[in-house]
Design a protein around this ligand. Sequence first.
Ligand SMILES: Cc1cc2nc3c(=O)[nH]c(=O)nc-3n(C[C@H](O)[C@H](O)[C@H](O)COP(=O)(O)OP(=O)(O)OC[C@H]3O[C@@H](n4cnc5c(N)ncnc54)[C@H](O)[C@@H]3O)c2cc1C
Ligand code: FES
Length: 266
Amino acid sequence: MFLEECQILENKFVGDRYYLMKIQAGKSAGVSKAGQFFMLKCKNDIRVLRRPISLHFADSENSTLEFYYEVKGGGTNEFSSLKPGDSINVQGPLGNGFNTEVEDKEIMVIGGGMGIAPTKYLIEKLSKNNRVTFIAGGRDAGAVKILENLNLDGVKVCVVTDDGSVGEKGNVVSIMQKVLIDNKIDLVQTCGPHKMMEAVAKVALENDIECEVSLEERMACGIKACVGCSIKTLDGMKKVCYDGPVFNAKIIVDVNPKENVGCSCN
Ligand SMILES: Cc1cc2nc3c(=O)[nH]c(=O)nc-3n(C[C@H](O)[C@H](O)[C@H](O)COP(=O)(O)OP(=O)(O)OC[C@H]3O[C@@H](n4cnc5c(N)ncnc54)[C@H](O)[C@@H]3O)c2cc1C
Ligand code: FES
């Protein structure tokens, strides 16, 4: 984990409330894994806590990092006002990341809404040695515009929006079920709203497919030093910032509940 003061190279408006930031990092770019995240520092001292943002892409050759973010409140609004040449302090990479040490497998990557953020680097890593099907979903055209920034050569892509303005009208789970009728999938990796991931994980587990989910919890420290991000799983209490954010769906979703354990991603 590194603490780096980085120069902003780009901070582009993507659409709606979405932005894409590219920074000149240091050593962190060479060691970052898909699915890890960084804690970004706000300049305004009122906002003491750093904001967790997933790694969108890392270019180890040029030591650059990309973050795709949505303006939600004061912190992300501040990030959106930064200009090329400004600096930002980043801490990371943090968390475990997705399993990318796989070869010759059929992999389904499912990103919903802001959950598309970590899929750029994930797909880049996986598609070198595997066959990847990518299902990307969002509310409307603006929510999936970021796909223009992904290199999807050789990847089977299915886009779905709630309002049908781009791709199919519907949701990622119905597309997932359709794809599973004709295709054998070895591994599902997903990031998105909790309800979406719960549904994806259930379908995967019911079909005996290994599944990884990337959870989001409000975080204070990001480095296992508080209890801000603790969640109850079927394997005991876990800290999302340290044990995750990526978890094996088996410990998050009980497909055959004896009692109502439920899903911790609520
Ligand atoms: C591991 C991880 C990775 C993330 N990756 C991304 C990413 O790639 N892109 C992105 O846009 N966002 C991401 N988030 C969510 C992001 O951290 C929050 O949206 C951000 O911290 C909000 O800060 P703010 O100051 O703008 O808003 P605040 O003023 O702090 O809050 C505004 C709103 O955002 C909600 N919010 C605050 N913190 C979180 C949080 N941790 N998770 C969900 N909602 C939150 C609040 O409930 C409130 O409704 C990630 C969160 C985690 C935990
Ligand atoms: S955010 Fe402090 S322990 Fe995870």
